[in-house]
Design a protein around this ligand. Structure first.
Ligand code: AMP
Ligand code: FE
Ligand code: FE
Ligand code: ZN
Length: 291
C-alpha cells in the first residue's frame, strides 16, 4: 500500500461498452499505466463493463463499479435540463433501477436513429444499422454518430462533428426521455449506491441547473458533487466546492476519460483520499474490486 497522500483516484471514465474507445480491459491497463491506484468505470446507463474490468484488473489497482445515469431536471417554468448522475457501488440487480437502465438504453436507440435518419435525409453518408453494428451491442450515443461522420470524411474529428452537426442546438439534435434526476437519485440510493452530480456547471454542454436545484437534489438524497472536472473553470470549481461544503456533500474530481473520443487524458483530475473514503463508506450495494 502506498501512503494515503500519494493515492491517485479517478472516479469517472468510459469504456467502449458506452462511448469510450478502450475496452474495459484496456481501460484498467490505461489506468494502471497512468499511475492511478483507484479508477471507477462509469459507462453511460450500463453496468455491462464491470465484469470484464474486474477480470482484467491489474494487481494493486482498485476498480470501483459505477455508472453515469442520463437524467433531466424538470421544473415548472423552464424546459428540462440534461443532467448526468454518477452512481457508485449500487446493486446491479436492484429490479426497479435495472428496469430504468433498460428503458434509457431503448430511448438511446430511438433517438440515435432519429438523428441519423435526419442526417441521411440531408445527404450525409451515415447509416443507422452500420452505427448500431459498430457499437458492439453497447450503449449508443452521439459519439458513435460522430465517429461515423469522421469515417465518412464529413468532418475530421469527433470534436468537429459535435461542433458542427451534433451539438444540442443543431437542427439534427433529438432529445431523449431521460430519468427525472430526483427519481434517479432515489433509485441509486434504493440500490445501496452513492449518487454524485456529474460536471454540474459544464456550460459548454448546454444549460446548467441553478444552485437551488442542487439543493433540491441534496434533499432528495444526493451524496456528492463532481467539483474538479475538465469542463469546469476554476471559478466553477470554487463555486461547487463551497456548495458541497454548505450542503454537506462529498467532493469528487475526475477526468471523464473517453479514450480517443475526447482529448482528455485519464487522471487529469483526481479525487482526494478522504472524499473517496466517505464515498466508500456510503456505498452498500456492491463491493469494489481490489486485492
Ligand atoms: P449522448 O449521451 O448521446 O447525448 O452524447 C453525449 C456524450 O457525447 C457525452 O457523454 C460525451 O461523451 C460526448 N460529447 C459531448 N460533447 C462532446 C464534444 N464537444 N466533443 C466530443 N464528445 C462530446
Ligand atoms: Fe460520454
Ligand atoms: Fe457526463
Ligand atoms: Zn462521463
Amino acid at each position: 500500500m502506498r501512503q494515503a497522500e500519494g493515492v491517485r483516484i479517478d472516479l469517472h471514465t468510459h469504456s467502449a461498452v458506452s462511448d469510450g474507445t478502450d475496452s474495459p480491459a484496456e481501460l484498467v491497463a490505461t489506468a494502471a499505466a497512468a499511475g492511478l491506484d483507484v479508477v471507477a468505470l462509469t459507462d453511460h446507463d450500463t453496468t455491462a463493463g464491470w465484469a470484464a474490468a474486474a477480470q482484467a484488473r491489474p494487481p494493486g489497482l482498485t476498480v470501483v463499479p459505477g455508472m453515469e445515469l442520463s437524467c433531466r431536471y424538470l421544473s415548472a417554468d423552464e424546459p428540462p435540463v440534461a443532467v448526468h448522475l454518477l452512481a457508485y457501488l449500487f446493486d446491479p440487480l436492484h429490479p426497479a433501477f435495472a428496469a430504468e437502465r433498460v428503458r434509457l438504453r431503448e430511448e438511446r436507440l430511438g433517438r440515435g436513429e432519429r438523428i441519423v435518419t435526419a442526417l441521411a435525409a440531408d445527404g450525409y453518408p451515415v447509416d443507422w444499422r452500420q452505427i448500431l453494428a459498430r457499437s458492439d451491442g453497447g450503449v449508443v450515443g452521439r459519439p458513435h454518430i460522430a465517429r461515423a461522420l469522421v469515417e465518412a470524411g464529413v468532418v475530421d474529428s469527433v470534436d468537429a462533428a459535435f461542433a458542427t452537426l451534433l451539438h444540442h442546438r443543431s437542427p439534427y439534435y433529438a432529445t431523449k426521455a431521460d430519468t427525472d434526476v430526483l427519481e434517479g437519485i432515489a433509485l441509486v440510493r434504493a440500490a445501496g449506491g452513492v449518487p454524485v452530480f456529474a460536471h454540474g456547471l459544464a456550460t459548454s454542454r448546454g444549460r446548467v441547473v441553478p444552485d437551488g436545484a442542487i439543493g433540491e437534489m441534496a434533499a432528495a438524497g444526493l451524496l456528492g458533487l463532481e467539483v474538479d472536472h475538465p469542463d469546469h473553470t476554476s471559478d466553477q470549481r470554487a463555486h461547487l466546492r463551497a456548495l458541497a461544503d454548505r450542503l454537506g456533500l462529498i467532493r469528487t474530481g475526475s477526468s471523464d476519460y473517453h479514450g480517443s473520443n475526447k482529448r482528455t487524458p485519464i487522471a487529469v483530475c483526481t479525487t482526494e483520499p478522504d472524499q473517496y473514503a466517505a464515498l466508500l463508506a456510503a456505498g452498500t450495494g456492491v463491493a469494489v474490486y481490489a486485492d
